[in-house]
Design a protein around this ligand. Structure first.
Ligand SMILES: Cc1cc2nc3c(=O)[nH]c(=O)nc-3n(C[C@H](O)[C@H](O)[C@H](O)COP(=O)(O)O)c2cc1C
Ligand SMILES: [Zn+2]
Ligand SMILES: [Zn+2]
Length: 477
């Protein structure tokens, strides 16, 4: 069972309720997983509360609630070590596990009883074996499993993007990246995997010399520039002095499964500041996207249009689903599915050549037009191109189109946490959930009171049974 206690953020006493309830009513042990608070004392109190409520194991993810997405950064094992010392139940550590050596290092540094990982295994499913297999061998094995145990197409795509993360960031693989993003059946996925295998197997086996991609092909520069994807193959060019940078600072060749090391949060913050400065710079020359009406739309919006465009029509999708046997058990599988199509968070999707672009533009315009008429029909304001209205600190994310608070998802979530609110547009139900939790606590307390009262009454009744109703009268002679 999975209880997301973080929903009650800030209300320190509530998570003990579901834990103690489960602990009392279940025959199996209840285990918990938490993130840390910046405040060490608060983290210890929180963990102790869970232990006292009956948690029989605790996993500690050494990051705070805000350390997400581009702000993920490193997990702090110091908190894990302190919790290990302060609590008596088994403690597992979570975060910073990129290789099997990290597992040993973590256990040595924190004294934990075990280690849990997630993202590292998505990039290298063989992480615990201490090996770095080829991405295609893992992908073929994964697709074999999918044939046996069908999964939704978007999950499969997400897993393959994780496995081929490093190859997909090479400019010379732009076409294959597009192909992977546009695949909608196991057979299509298999074709892309086989093509990647055929392309990189000679390098892996040493019959061709891998020297990294040339300067023009390095895509991991994380900037917003886009170049036409010519698919130039530079692998056989002589080695460049910038080789390490060009290969995304990888220790191993990009076709081997290995961790993806995110840029530190400071880099992201700097980028945000720069983006904001550019957005406010009246002299800047910016790349603009327009819809059919000549309204400027954001790059993100345009990319979304493209993704939608790549999807087959509904009828075909239903057929695909039937063919792939997908659709079932989404709720369960959601927990183990990586982000769909990585192009979402990377912001590095390449542009198509001009002819294709024009054709695409026309199709996108049609979608934009459809969206506009839908929005108009609903009486909603169009705000594709507006930024999040959070100005403390200034946020450069696009505003959620349906957000009640005119914010991006991240800012909306923080606001809802802080101010105890919901947002139907973002499907954030913090206020409702808190109310539900409080109502449940009350109901539980009420039920407990009734039980106590009944037990009390029963005790009184038992005592009355033992004590005679009246003193027997003693007859005097
Ligand atoms: C695909 C995926 C699914 C996840 N699902 C859950 C989940 O259902 N419950 C949970 O508490 N954490 C979940 N997490 C978070 C991880 O358990 C973990 O706390 C986090 O990814 C940090 O560990 P890592 O550095 O090893 O990835 C998920 C993470 C990933 C990448
Ligand atoms: Zn919102
Ligand atoms: Zn925002």
């Amino acid at each position: 069972m999975f209880i997301q206690t973080s929903t009650y953020g800030g209300v320190l006493s509530l998570p003990s309720f579901p834990v103690s309830t489960l602990h009392r009513h279940l025959a199996i042990p209840v285990t918990c997983k938490i993130r840390i608070f910046e405040d060490m004392a608060k983290t210890i109190r929180y963990a102790r509360m869970l232990q006292d409520a009956g948690a029989q194991m605790l996993t500690v993810h050494g990051r705070t609630r805000d350390q997400k997405g581009p702000l993920t950064g490193l997990a702090d094992w110091k908190y894990v070590r302190v919790l290990r010392q302060q609590l008596s139940i088994p403690i597992f550590s979570n975060g910073n596990i990129m290789s099997v050596h990290d597992v040993d290092r973590c256990i040595a540094e924190t004294g934990v009883n075990g280690v849990m990982t997630a993202e590292g295994n998505l990039h290298n499913p063989a992480l615990f074996e201490g090996v770095n297999p080829t991405a295609w061998s893992m992908a073929h094995e994964y697709l074999d499993l999918v044939e046996q145990y069908p999964a939704p197409i978007s999950y499969i795509r997400g897993h393959l993007f994780k496995l081929f993360h490093h190859l997909m960031h090479l400019k010379s693989n732009a076409a294959l990246r597009e192909k992977l993003a546009g695949s909608h059946s196991v057979a299509e996925f298999r074709t892309v995997v086989t093509q990647l295998e055929q392309k990189y197997l000679p390098y892996h086996e040493g019959t061709l010399l891998w020297t990294g991609e040339g300067d023009n092909d390095a895509t991991n520069n994380d900037d917003d520039t886009t170049t036409t994807s010519t698919g130039t193959e530079n692998e056989q060019q002589p080695s460049s002095p910038h080789r390490a940078k060009l290969d995304q600072n990888l220790h191993l060749p990009p076709w081997l499964c290995q961790p993806h090391i995110r840029a530190p949060p400071e880099v992201h913050r700097q980028k945000l500041q720069e983006a904001h400065r550019l957005a406010n710079d009246p002299t800047r020359e910016k790349r603009q996207f327009f819809d059919a009406h000549g309204n400027e739309i954001s790059r993100k919006r345009m990319k979304k249009m493209r993704r939608v465009q790549r999807r087959p029509k509904n009828k075909n999708r239903a057929q695909q689903r039937a063919l792939n046997g997908g659709g079932g058990g989404a709720g369960v599988q959601a927990a183990c599915s990586p982000d769909n199509d990585e192009s979402d968070d990377d912001g590095e999707e390449e542009d198509e050549d001009e002819g294709q672009q024009q054709q695409q533009q026309q199709q996108e315009n049609n979608i934009v037009r459809l969206n506009i008429s839908l929005a108009e029909a609903n009486g909603r304001r169009r705000r594709f191109d507006e930024l999040c209205k959070n100005d403390a600190p200034n946020c450069t994310n696009p505003m959620g189109m349906k957000c009640e608070h005119r914010l991006c998802r991240t800012c909306c979530k923080s606001k809802c946490y802080r101010e105890n609110r919901d947002c139907a547009g973002h499907k954030i139900r913090i206020k409702s959930r808190r109310e539900k939790a409080i109502a449940l606590t009350r109901a539980e307390q009420e039920a407990q009171r009734t039980i106590d009262e009944e037990q009390e009454q029963q005790k009184c009744a038992d005592v009355e049974m033992l004590v005679p109703a009246e003193e027997p009268t003693i007859e005097r002679s």
